[in-house]
Ligand binder design. Structure first.
Ligand SMILES: Nc1ncnc2c1ncn2[C@@H]1O[C@H](COP(=O)(O)OP(=O)(O)OP(=O)(O)O)[C@@H](O)[C@H]1O
Length: 449
């Protein structure tokens, strides 16, 4: 989400500073000008989402500025400020197209109240996932239909395929789109903190809980909660989650008060959920509760029509962020991208594109600019890894990791792919093993399913 930007036009330096500080504290981005002329100059260089302007200023006054703004940027909301004695002028300005006015003096709350009616501090960007493959088009159509209901959705697919992107799309397509979208990665939060993070806690609920805090469920009220990598949740907590989903209410840790919930839940997993159930790692009742509408993101290589549109989208995004022109892909580079196996899916493609932009020397982006994750691991290759990758793959750390990965692969093969047996044999938790396997896949290592 990006911040909304507001231009404050006020010739009283003290008041200008106070308004800018209030808006910055509330999360807005601000520009300031001390005259109508300076405001127009500023708008010629940077886009803003709203203008707040004084009416009485030396030189160009607020009315003339408003007329100029309406001519050049008719959709731009303009809020005017005026002294009590000049309310008539403010009423005239509203007829001329100002959205509203503030009578001076006003409190910070009144200012924020007025501003937030037209522009929220953070702009919610709604994107349709980029695609070109007919099968992805069908999946997105289905997702948009499911979005209209309040059904719980379970998104499965390999790591980096875009599960979170799809979850966000469902939220954006639903009637909850103006509500919050809250994501929590169940694998990234230490097990002992996950419950408190999900359900919230009251002051004193545990050592260190110096003040009460709402959980992710409460934060997602009126919106959507994404439970990413749900299979990483331990069984005890799964039972509590099931209860919350069934009762549609939550109790913060250390509290008896139940809080009714209006939250749509989307869960994701890069594991085969049925297998996790059959291995006793995932509760069957929770599986059925979450799996009301299953959606499956296929690996990138199985939707080849998506590869080039997503690659071009990522090229444009990263080139724009770096302030460089967006390069075209040469036909050979495009064919290389199309031919690659993408074990790390879109995340791997993103890495390849970012690396390509580092190597790119202008003109068309050539096949030589593409360094695939699997090349990076090719220790016999004499090529020097690109800047920034050397620490990642070289040195003692890289060698040890390579050995560890080799051991994991050998044990996997000896245990005929049983993750449980491998974890036991290597003396690590199944969760740690899954994390390591996911990292290996991201690096392009072919991990047997
Ligand atoms: N269709 C798409 N269009 C644009 N960007 C995409 C698309 N799919 C994935 N991405 C980008 O690829 C990256 C990985 O996507 P995402 O985090 O949604 O994957 P994931 O399946 O949730 O991965 P994990 O299982 O590892 O959490 C993100 O940077 C995301 O923006």
């Amino acid at each position: 989400m990006s911040q909304s930007r507001i231009l404050v036009v006020e010739d009283d330096a003290g008041l200008q500073e106070a308004i800018v500080d209030t808006l910055l504290l509330a999360g807005y981005d601000c520009l300031a000008a001390d005259s109508g002329e300076a405001a127009l100059l500023c708008l010629g260089q940077q886009a803003v989402d709203m203008v707040i302007s004084d009416i009485q200023m030396g030189g160009m006054d607020g009315h003339t500025l408003l007329a100029n703004l309406k001519q050049k940027w008719p959709q731009l909301p303009v809020l005017l400020m005026t002294a009590y004695a000049n309310i008539d002028g403010a009423v005239r300005a509203m007829r001329e197209g100002a959205i509203d006015y503030l009578a001076k003096p006003f409190s910070p709350e009144v200012l924020l109240n007025q501003v937030s009616r037209y522009v929220p501090p953070h702009k919610v960007e709604r994107h349709t996932p980029v695609f070109g493959d007919a099968s992805t088009g069908e999946l997105l159509q289905l997702a948009a239909r499911v979005a209209r209901s309040d059904a719980t959705v379970m998104i499965s697919g390999p790591s980096g395929a875009g599960k979170e992107v799809l979850a966000r799309y469902i939220h954006d397509q639903s009637s909850r789109c103006d509500g919050p979208f809250v994501a929590i990665n169940c694998a990234a939060i230490p097990e002992n903190m996950l419950e408190a993070t999900l359900f919230g806690y009251e002051k004193g609920a545990f050592t260190g809980a110096v003040q009460g805090c709402p959980g992710k469920f409460e934060q997602a009220q009126g919106g959507t909660l994404l439970l990413d990598e749900i299979t990483e949740m331990e069984l005890g907590l799964q039972a509590k989650l099931l209860r919350v989903l069934q009762e549609k209410e939550v109790e913060r840790l250390g509290s008896r008060k139940t809080i009714p919930l209006d939250v749509r839940v989307i869960a994701t997993s890069n594991r085969e959920l049925r297998q996790a159930v059959s291995e006793g790692e995932f509760r069957e009742d929770l599986f059925y509760r979450l799996n009301v509408f299953p959606l499956r993101w296929r690996p990138l290589a199985q939707r080849p029509g998506d590869i080039l549109p997503i690659a071009r989208h990522l090229l444009a995004r990263h080139a724009q962020a770096q302030g460089v022109a967006v390069p075209e892909l040469s036909p050979v580079a495009a064919a290389r991208l199309q031919a690659h196996g993408w074990p790390g899916n879109v995340r791997e493609l993103d890495n390849v594109i970012q690396r390509a932009l580092i190597l790119w020397q202008g003109g068309v982006l050539e096949a030589e600019d593409l360094v695939f994750d699997s090349q990076e691991l090719d220790w016999s290759a004499p090529a020097v890894p690109p800047v920034g990758l050397a620490d990642e793959v070289g040195g003692l750390g890289g060698e040890l990791r390579q050995q560890e990965q080799q051991i994991i692969l050998e044990t996997l093969s000896a245990c005929q792919g049983s993750r449980k047996a491998v974890a036991e044999q290597l003396g690590i938790s199944p969760r740690t093993l899954r994390y390591k396997l996911a990292r290996m896949r991201e690096q392009g290592i072919d991990v047997p399913g």
